[in-house]
Ligand binder design. Structure first.
Ligand code: FES
Length: 100
């Protein structure tokens, strides 16, 4: 398998036992994950999407991180995700949404 251009991490609060329990999951991060999988395919973005355990930023969730650039986004909603994906198609971050 070729390495993807981007690796998009979406916190879904998975705990050691595999249960999704936590702030990001309660704030509909599963919905973001489904949206990402669908939009990345539709837009033809070369990215792998992974769901993660807690990224230790719970109060700011849902959290989305894009590597290798290391772009962290806090409080991501479907609307913000759409803007983030528009920029990602151009290989750019969304400065006003980046975690500071
Ligand atoms: S549950 Fe997502 S950062 Fe902690």
């Amino acid at each position: 398998m070729e390495k993807p251009t981007y690796h998009v991490l979406v916190c879904n609060s998975f705990r050691v036992g595999g249960d999704p329990q936590g702030v990001c999951n309660r704030k509909d991060a599963v919905d973001l994950l489904q949206m990402l999988e669908s939009e990345i395919a539709d837009r033809g973005i070369d990215a792998l999407v992974s769901s993660t355990g807690c990224l230790k930023q719970c109060e700011r969730g849902p959290i989305v991180v894009i590597y290798p650039a290391g772009w962290w986004y806090f409080g991501v909603t479907r609307q913000k995700m759409d803007v983030i994906l528009d920029a990602l198609e151009q290989g750019e971050p969304v400065p006003e949404l980046l975690a500071g």
